[in-house]
Design a protein around this ligand. Sequence first.
Ligand code: NAD
Length: 533
Amino acid sequence: MTATLEPGTTAITSARPAWVTDAKLASWNRWVSAPVTGGEEPLTATAPYDAQPTAPVPSCSADDVAATVVRARAAQASWGGLTVAARAEVLLRFHDLLLERQDEVIDLVQWEMGKARYHAWMEILQVANLTRHYARRAAAYLADRPVRGAMPLLTKVREVRVPRGVVGIVSPWNYPLYLGVGDAVPALLAGCSVVSKADPQTPLTMLWTRALMGEAGLPAHVWDVVTGPGAEVGTALVGSADYVCFTGSTATGRVVSEAAARRLVGASLELGGKNPLLVRADADLDKAAAGTVDAVFTNTGQMCIHIERVIVHESVYAAFRDKLVAATRALAVGQSFDFSIQVGSLASAAQLAKVTAHVEDAVAKGATVLCGGRARPDLGPYVYEPTVLEGVTGDMDLCLGETFGPVVALHRVSSDDEAVALANQGDYGLSASIFSRDTRTAQTLARRIRAGSVNINDGAALAAGSVEAGMGGMGDSGLGRRHGAQGIQRFTETQTIALSRMGPVGPPPGMALEKFVRLGNAQLKVLRRLGSR
Ligand code: NAD
């Protein structure tokens, strides 16, 4: 059965925000790190709302990227020499400017990427929270750590944190503001300089943000932006940065990880997912259905942590399914620069093709469409109806492969053990959710699910929004964590500084080695008796 959705709005004929003048575009383009070689064709994306070109940005060559990293490395020396408090002042000014000027960047995010306005605003919320958190906590996260030395009292030893140098950030189009700047903020506070490769679909959002950081007082070349085709520019950045921070697909993540490993530079990788949500027999079904709708359709399903599999206990399956389908059908779908829409457009023709192919493959192999299941060109070129399926089996592409669209499959189970086994199927391990009134059992179950985050009685966003806690994936969903202590400490290396108060450690002049060994053994026994270490 295919649902008939109430259209949220009519198609947009021109998506370019009226305030985006040619002069403004030219001023943002000046933030692209100045081309050294030039001569490459400018790059122009297609706006999802009207399928028209957005605005051209320069295309950097591999040499441009290498030169940009050299400039950033030079700029890092003085930036890294500032106190954390001085760096935090710049970031807090950025926070305030972002809140003041949010309507501009929300327009740009919508123009370039097509999401609903509310979901674009959530990027503001996340970046503001992250920036404030790190500006206030960076000094503690980066503080020296005194440790016990080799010889009690006679030595003083501490671990200190040293910025890695130039962090190369490669981020995707689905959260151009949050993922574009969310890792740059802790990297800058850690004393690194940053070179960001903007995604070819969403470079204007990145350039606007860089311009705003300039207004906040960030010195030149401490954060530079390179633009151009993903593979060329991304490869060049991974080939020259001192640390790589990558967010994107698992396939590209493997390529990036291999390239970083060959150069013996560190990398954190935030990759794909096929996230499960468990509805236990005792769940509040109204809350579970509302949470599921939010977790599946936020950002039109183009969110790494969004839910693509819902695993429901058989005793509540029919009741939950009916509530979920009703809530899905009630969503306002379409495209609009106001807050009237709940599910926006997909970002590109490629996304529409992938989502369509996944659903068609599932239906051809026997899955049932409970609602949605088709494109809505009457609402926008890349709009796809929020879709709920059941009867999905292992031979279907969308069963364990990431769809990255507004599509979810329902699965029926008869026990917690079966639910956990199904949740752990596949190679991904990014995020999971559990709805249950028994929160103690839910927390025990959470530890059995292989996922970097588990939300209990929330659809998807609670863990990611708790910016003091690490966020990242297990298995094929990545390496390393963003947010919290790990999210900033990864941009530093520890250095151990050991001081001797008695001169070089070893036998004093004139003492026989044998006597020194006897004294050493006696000292070890005393320390053992004292319970030292
Ligand atoms: P993608 O891997 O195709 O591209 C990601 C970025 O890498 C883009 O900017 C692209 O231009 C660049 N790139 C492409 N080839 C490259 C190369 N050889 N070297 C370096 N960079 C290269 O991913 P996508 O399809 O654009 O983004 C969607 C994917 O990102 C989904 O799988 C989604 O789950 C994942 N994602 C993960 C997280 C997370 O935090 N775990 C967050 C958002 C998105």
